[in-house]
Design a protein around this ligand. Structure first.
Ligand SMILES: Cc1cc2nc3c(=O)[nH]c(=O)nc-3n(C[C@H](O)[C@H](O)[C@H](O)COP(=O)(O)OP(=O)(O)OC[C@H]3O[C@@H](n4cnc5c(N)ncnc54)[C@H](O)[C@@H]3O)c2cc1C
Ligand code: FES
Length: 265
């Protein structure tokens, strides 16, 4: 499901930035943008100021982010500080300018069976707005490295089942173990997942061997975000697709693997 982006980038203003454990939650006023992005769609973001372009430095490319909530003309993003772009975005202050393009790509499509939502780490972002939309019928399973990251679970309005790698919050398990148990109980579920490639690959394999329908919100390096550069291609059973226009949500049955070439996994 896709809401089309207005042409060109537009300027939004930062409404708030707060820490959620190890992550940052950024809200931006986007009154000029579509009010109805679809869960799973993403935006290309760049700070108005200090976005590269220091002395002898070129501006950085915008970075891709799934929106986590869209409410009253405001867009929410959860950021993990993994490099210069996310570091700068997490430092923004109220009123600062944020260039954004979007919503881009194709989001999740409605479930056939009971929806089972699986989020890993920063991959909880699109799972949050999809959980809001589907309501209490959707079971939400979240996995994080440790308790500092797991604070993002507090953003969910729905009840969630929580796992951490080290057992410092929720169960000591990978979230895919929780998924296996849920599928044992309800093999007719429809699975939606976003998280690191090894987690998505485990979800794909688990659902594939059981014939369970699964939609995966994937990541790859994105330079343009709208289909022009082919930097984001991933292989599927029927050939390469551009994740920014044909995804980022991909039907798991179309993939040989959810491990993305060049991602280090
Ligand atoms: C559709 C989509 C949605 C995303 N949603 C979110 C989100 O909601 N929140 C969030 O924090 N991040 C999200 N990301 C990831 C984010 O775009 C990257 O982490 C971003 O490039 C980081 O920029 P940087 O300048 O901070 O770090 P960079 O210098 O770009 O990279 C830092 C490190 O991350 C690695 N890396 C960067 N991008 C990728 C990638 N796409 N795949 C694998 N490794 C990568 C680099 O190799 C490097 O080790 C999303 C990406 C995509 C494609
Ligand atoms: S990011 Fe440029 S084609 Fe997808």
């Amino acid at each position: 499901m896709r809401t089309l982006a207005p042409f060109g980038r537009r300027m939004a203003r930062v409404a708030s930035v707060e820490g959620i454990g190890e992550y940052a939650l950024l809200w931006a006023d986007d009154g000029d943008g579509p009010a109805d992005p679809r869960p799973g769609q993403f935006y290309m973001l760049a700070a108005e100021e200090r976005w590269g372009a220091g002395t002898d430095e070129r501006p950085w490319l915008p970075r891709a982010f799934s929106y986590c909530r869209a409410e009253n003309g405001r867009l929410g993003f959860i950021l993990e500080d993994v490099g210069p772009g996310t570091h700068r975005l997490a430092q923004l202050a109220v009123g600062d300018g944020l260039w954004l393009t979007g919503p881009l790509g194709v989001g999740f499509t409605p479930p056939e069976g009971r929806p089972l939502l699986v989020g890993g780490g920063i991959g909880v972002a699109p799972i949050l707005c999809w959980s809001d939309e589907l309501g209490p019928d959707a079971r939400v399973l979240l996995g994080f490295r440790s308790t500092g990251y797991a604070e993002a679970a507090s953003l969910f309005r729905a009840e969630v089942a929580l796992a951490t790698d080290d057992g410092s919050a929720g169960r000591r398990a990978y979230v895919t173990e929780l998924l296996r148990e849920e599928l044992d109980a309800d093999p007719a579920a429809t699975v939606y997942a976003c998280g690191p490639p090894p987690m998505l690959e485990a979800v794909r394999a688990l659902c594939g061997e059981r014939g369970v329908s699964a939609q995966l919100a994937m990541e790859s390096g994105m330079a343009c975000g709208f289909g022009a550069c082919f930097g984001c291609v991933v292989p599927t059973r029927t050939g390469y697709v551009r994740l920014c226009v044909d995804g980022p949500v991909v039907d798991a049955a179309d993939l040989e693997t959810a491990l993305v070439p060049g991602s280090g996994h």
